[in-house]
Design a protein around this ligand. Structure first.
Ligand code: R5P
Length: 290
């Protein structure tokens, strides 16, 4: 372990200077092999470098919560509008049409409804991930949680080892606990730890100072949507995140809990890929919902 004496917090993020030495449209991927690059490109659009991931993995720890009671009725109609689908193995194999032809970001760690018991060093077998032809594996990282940090880092590390063997990228999902600060210091720490332990993509939350989180993370950062907001506020969240350097969104409730989810995902798509500001995207949402 490094000498902690006089450990100085980072401050030179240089958020106004673009990433240097990047020869690929995905941050941190220039030196990866062809399979990794191909899978990442299925997730991140080659022209915009961004993605709209539709997250509906919540049931693996929360059960049939609002909007996810019937995947076939509420989520299947949205799939064609997403760039990537994020779900558990159980939902993928039972409820996602195998001819949907969308990249899958598979929830690869084991869920538990008792959150302190979550992820006891259990990650999906890489052979199963290969059989399902997934484009990435998502694993949670509970930085700062004394009971879960080491176990979840071990999960991420293991998934990254297995993924590296077969060219399957790993997405580190930074957790937020009740007692954890939701600030750029925490998300910056969690995102960087995820990337340095092998994540090729990081999913975290938007916060004040988010551009510092992105600048100090050597791989693409996508944001979760969090709890359901009014549509204009959710579109503002997307716009601010993209403006501050996010490579896209991995959004669930703000899409599938909207009264007009198809209009909402299209408006989110326009913010992410076309740079529409929140007001214009909200106008688009209102036009589409008619
Ligand atoms: C987080 O671990 C869950 O896996 C969700 O995928 C994530 O929170 C994104 O969903 P939402 O936008 O509803 O927060």
């Amino acid at each position: 372990m490094a000498d902690l004496d006089d450990l100085r917090e980072g401050s030179r993020f240089n958020t106004d200077i673009a990433v240097q030495n990047q020869a690929f449209h995905i941050k941190g991927a220039s030196h990866l092999g062809w399979g990794m690059k191909d899978r990442l490109t299925r997730i991140f659009n080659a022209k915009t470098g961004k993605t709209v991931m539709l997250a509906f993995d919540h049931g693996f720890i929360m059960g049939p919560t609002s909007g996810l009671e019937r995947i076939d009725l509420t989520i299947t109609p949205l799939m064609e509008y997403a760039d990537c689908l994020m779900c558990s193995r159980g939902i993928l194999q039972t409820s996602v049409p195998a001819n949907i032809n969308k990249p899958i970001c598979l929830r690869a760690d084991a869920g538990s409804t008792i959150l302190t018991e979550l992820n006891d060093n259990v990650v999906i077998d890489i052979e199963d991930a290969i059989r399902m032809n997934v484009s990435a594996m998502a694993v949670m990282l509970a930085i700062g949680d004394p009971r879960m940090e080491a176990k979840t880092i071990a999960n991420l590390f293991h998934a990254a080892n297995q993924g590296a063997k077969y060219g399957i990228p790993v997405m580190g999902v930074t957790a937020v606990g009740k007692d954890m600060e939701r600030d750029s210091r925490y998300f910056g720490l969690a995102s960087r730890v995820a990337a340095e332990n092998g994540a090729n993509i990081v999913k975290t939350y938007y916060c004040e100072g988010f551009s510092n989180v992105v600048a100090a993370c050597p791989v693409p950062v996508v944001i979760a949507g969090g709890k359901k907001l009014p549509e204009l506020e959710a579109l503002e969240l997307c716009y601010r995140a993209i403006n501050d350097g996010a490579a896209g969104v991995d959004m669930g409730r703000n899409v599938f809990q909207s009264e007009y989810p198809i209009a909402m995902i299209q408006a989110v798509h326009a913010v992410v890929h076309e740079g529409l500001d929140a007001n214009k995207a909200f106008e688009m949402f209102n036009d589409l919902k008619k």
